[in-house]
Design a protein around this ligand. Sequence first.
Ligand SMILES: Nc1ncnc2c1ncn2[C@@H]1O[C@H](COP(=O)(O)OP(=O)(O)O)[C@@H](O)[C@H]1O
Ligand SMILES: CC(=O)OP(=O)(O)O
Ligand SMILES: [Mg+2]
Length: 439
Amino acid sequence: MSHKNLILSLNAGSSSLKISLYALREGKAESDEEPVQLLLTSSVSGISAPPAKFSFKPSSGNAQSVKDENIESIHDHASAFAHFLERLEKDASIDRNAIQYICHRVVHGGDYVEPVEITNESYHHIEKLSDLAPLHNGSALSVIKSCIEALPKSKSIAYFDTTFHTSIPVHISSYAIDPEIAKKRGLKKYGFHGLSYAFILGAVSKFLNKPTESLNLIILHLGSGASACAIRAGKSFDTSMGLTPLHGLPGATRSGTIDPSLIFHYTNKAGRITHDPGMASDIHVTQAEDILNRKAGWKALCGTTDFGIISDKAELDKDDQNGHISKTNLNRLAFDLFVDRILGYVGSYHLKLGGEVDALVFSGGIGERSVALRDRIGEKIRCLGYQDVDRDRNGKVAASDGAVSEISTGVSRRKILVVKTDEQLEMTRECVSDKKLWA
Ligand SMILES: Nc1ncnc2c1ncn2[C@@H]1O[C@H](COP(=O)(O)OP(=O)(O)O)[C@@H](O)[C@H]1O
Ligand SMILES: CC(=O)OP(=O)(O)O
Ligand SMILES: [Mg+2]
């Protein structure tokens, strides 16, 4: 395939590497047309629960699609990217020299409030923030490093999850601690999943045919990392993650919010630097942070990071009348606990938005796929004036990237939607619209 002006978009999540390759459209795009054409998507999932699964899906042409192939040689994000590059050349015959820009999702941007080109200085700035996103920034940097080595002609640009949340008012983003120390050390709520929230906001605005500035939404991004966001007048007003992506909802291996004192009763080595081989060697965090980020969440409760399995088993327990499954079924506990924490945020954000909410949106790997979770949350929020979840619609949510599915019906104006989020496309749109890059 021969294309000019390619944009490669890389999203290093805590358990996955998601990749999309686009070609810039020639000529002026129609007003409603995407400025890029998608050439292929690829993903490596289960990086934190090997064997990792590799998928490769060209949009057209003769190249073969691959779905969920177990790849033993992938053990981290850098080896996942190396495997992708190999397959790009072998399976899709795309000339990597045609890649002009590489967009990288970087979770923690610290005080960077806009995307930055990767230079020595910005690389080290992102590296310094690695301890504040121990499952993320280091992985993104390892992929950036691979790009510098394997694709020296392409320019790498970092897009931050934190940028979207710079609109959060100071009384919401501040902690009740010594303000001088907070300022000196940058201790405040940053919030994450911002690229996903920006994408979802745009998709919902189009779907409801309302300008973003007029929208109030509660969005749930439920993936390996899970967070909630209150959008007021098209801007982030509050979000559940904080200084780090540990705060708020539990995740695949993360505890979410706990009483901070709990950790000192859990272990008497909380403050020591961890030497666990599972934590990347260039990340320096305490055992407390290691336990709460990597040895907690669904993995600790149920022995799996796959919420699909948890929700199936939780369902089994509900139907069992013979006492074969213990009443203390941990899958059931995990499911109910997740529902409880999500409801806490939905209720709180509903109030913070003064009851003016246009829609509740589900997204992320769990939000997009768990029919049971959407059904349960839908049932619980009816008292807030949301429409009813429609069984049929809920079971048939569209699976393509960017799709918006309405799963509720009724007379209330408050809808329940599912959006298949696309952080790679969000970064690419920003890249294309940045005039400096295309002068
Ligand atoms: N059928 C399913 N039902 C519920 N959850 C699922 C299903 N399939 C995958 N998941 C969940 O989606 C998670 C991955 O979400 P995703 O947003 O893609 O992850 P990441 O945070 O790495 O970007 C998995 O950890 C798994 O728990
Ligand atoms: C911020 C975060 O937790 O991201 P992810 O869900 O992709 O791991
Ligand atoms: Mg993700």
